[in-house]
Design a protein around this ligand. Structure first.
Ligand code: GLU
Length: 420
C-alpha cells in the first residue's frame, strides 16, 4: 500500500498498522479500508508570537480531520514539545475510533502546536492560542470541527479559542469548542469527566474479575485533570494509592498516600514531589512496582518493549492516549495483564464534551448529577460491548474496542457512498 511520507512518525505507523490488522479481522471491504488509512484533510500553519523578551518566535501548528462519515469532527488540541504532523494525524485517527466506539455523532480530529507551555507566560500562551485559532479558522466551527483540551491545554485555552472565533463571526459562538469554563458555556462535570470515566470502566473490569476496589493497590502516573481526579475517586472508595507521579517526579508510600493532603501539597508547591510522609520515586521506577492497578495518565509511550516485562500490575487502565507501544501491548497480553485501552478508558472526556456541545446548541444546561449518571451509563455500556466482543472473538480489549470503533465508521462510509 502507498506510503504516506507527509505523516512519517512512529505513532502514525502504529495507528495505521492497527487499522490494517483490525480491517483484516473484520474482513473490511478493501476500498473502505484504504480510505480510512488517510486523514480527510490536514493543515500545517506557522504561528509567529511576540515573546515577553521582545523577540518574535515562530511555532508550528497542525489541525487534522481524520474522518467525517459519522458527523463533524471532534478532538483535542495539545501543546507539547514533541508535537508533529505524524503524531497529530495518528491521534486524529484514534479519535475517530473513540467517538465511534462511544456512539457519538462525530468523526475524529486532533490539533497540536509544538511548544513548551510550561516555559511560556500566560500572555505568550494567549497570543499563541489566538493566532493559531485565526490560522485554522476555516477548519473549525460548531458543525464542522470542535476542538477541546488535551495535553498542555485547559479551560483557559478554550476560552481564548472561543473568543477569537467569536470575534470573527461578530457574535458569541460557544459551540465551536468544548471544555470551556462553565461561566462561558462550559458543562458541569467536564473537567472531571475523563477521570470519572476511567474509574467507571475500571469498576466494570474489577467486577468482572470478581474483585472489589476497596483495598486494591493502585499506582497513578500523572496527577492532572485525568490522573488526579481518578486517584481521588479511587482513594475515596477505599483503594490504596501507593504511588503518584507528575512531570517533576513521584512519591511512594506502601501504606497508601492521603490523596486529599497530596492535593493540598500540589496546590501549594505545584508538584507531588516533596510530599511529607512519602519516599521519592522516579517516573520510570513507579511503573515497575508491584500493584493491582496501574493507571498511566501522563504522556504516550510510557510502557515500552524495554520495560513491559517488568510491569507488575494485574490491570493497566490507559488514561493517556497511547501510553503502551504495540510491542509492549503484546508482552502485557502474553503475561496475562488486562489492558483497558485508551479509546475506551479515557473516552469520558469526549463523551461529556458531547454533552457540553448538545447543551450549548440548545441553550439548556443539565445538572451535574444528570451528567455523571449519563456518563456512567455510556461508559458501562461501552465496556460491556467491548468485553463481550473480546470474549466472542478471543481478542484482547484493545482489538475488541478497535473492531467496534472501526466497524461503525466503515459502515457509515458504505451507506453514504463515494462522492462524486
Ligand atoms: N482530548 C480528549 C481526548 O483525547 C478529549 C477530546 C474532546 O473532548 O473532544 O479524548
Amino acid at each position: 500500500m502507498a506510503e504516506m511520507p507527509e505523516f512519517e512518525s512512529e505513532m502514525h505507523r502504529t495507528a495505521v498498522a492497527q487499522l490494517d490488522q483490525v480491517a483484516e479481522r473484520l474482513n473490511l471491504d478493501h476500498d473502505t479500508h484504504i480510505r480510512l488509512r488517510y486523514p480527510r484533510r490536514a493543515l500545517v500553519v506557522s504561528i509567529p508570537v511576540r515573546m515577553d523578551s521582545g523577540h518574535t518566535e515562530v511555532f508550528m501548528g497542525y489541525r487534522v480531520h481524520h474522518n467525517t462519515a459519522l458527523g463533524p469532527t471532534k478532538g483535542g488540541l495539545r501543546y507539547d514539545a514533541e508535537v508533529s504532523m505524524g503524531e497529530v494525524t495518528a491521534l486524529a485517527m484514534l479519535m475517530s475510533w473513540k467517538c465511534s466506539l462511544m456512539g457519538l455523532p462525530y468523526g475524529g480530529a486532533k490539533g497540536g502546536v509544538r511548544c513548551s507551555p510550561r516555559n511560556m507566560s500566560k500572555r505568550e500562551l494567549e497570543s499563541l492560542t489566538r493566532r493559531y485559532t485565526a490560522e485554522i479558522i476555516l477548519m473549525i466551527g460548531p458543525d464542522l470541527d470542535i476542538p477541546a483540551p488535551d495535553l498542555g491545554t485547559d479551560e483557559q485555552t478554550m476560552a481564548w479559542m472561543m473568543d477569537t472565533y467569536s470575534m470573527t463571526q461578530g457574535k458569541s459562538v460557544p459551540g465551536v469548542v468544548t471544555g470551556k469554563p462553565i461561566l462561558v458555556g462550559g458543562s458541569a462535570g467536564r473537567r472531571e469527566a475523563t477521570g470519572r470515566g476511567i474509574v467507571y470502566v475500571l469498576y466494570q473490569a474489577v467486577h468482572r474479575l470478581g474483585q472489589e476496589i476497596k483495598g486494591r493497590k493502585v499506582i497513578v502516573q500523572g496527577f492532572g485533570n485525568v490522573g488526579g481526579v481518578a486517584a481521588r475517586m479511587l482513594w475515596r472508595d477505599g483503594a490504596v494509592i501507593q504511588g503518584v507521579s507528575d512531570y517533576k517526579g513521584g512519591v511512594w508510600n506502601s501504606q497508601g498516600l492521603d490523596i486529599r493532603a497530596l492535593e493540598q501539597h500540589v496546590k501549594e508547591t505545584g508538584s507531588v514531589v516533596g510530599f511529607p510522609g512519602a519516599d521519592p520515586i522516579s517516573n520510570k521506577d513507579i511503573l515497575e512496582q508491584p500493584c493491582d492497578i496501574l493507571l498511566p495518565a501522563a504522556t504516550g509511550s510510557q510502557i515500552r518493549e524495554d520495560n513491559a516485562d517488568r510491569i507488575q500490575a494485574q490491570v493497566v487502565v490507559e488514561g493517556a492516549n497511547g501510553p503502551t507501544t504495540p510491542e509492549a501491548d503484546v508482552i502485557l497480553h502474553n503475561r496475562g495483564i488486562l489492558v483497558i485501552p485508551d479509546i475506551l478508558a479515557n473516552a469520558g472526556g469526549v463523551v461529556v464534551s458531547y454533552f457540553e456541545w448538545v447543551q450549548g446548541l440548545q441553550f439548556f444546561f443539565w445538572k451535574e448529577s444528570e451528567i455523571t449518571s449519563r456518563l456512567q451509563e455510556i461508559m458501562a455500556r461501552a465496556f460491556t460491548r467491548v468485553w463481550n466482543i473480546s470474549k466472542k472473538e478471543h481478542v484482547n480489549l484493545r482489538t475488541a474496542a478497535l473492531m467496534e470503533g472501526i466497524r461503525r465508521v466503515a459502515d457509515a462510509h458504505q451507506v453514504r457512498g463515494l462522492y462524486p
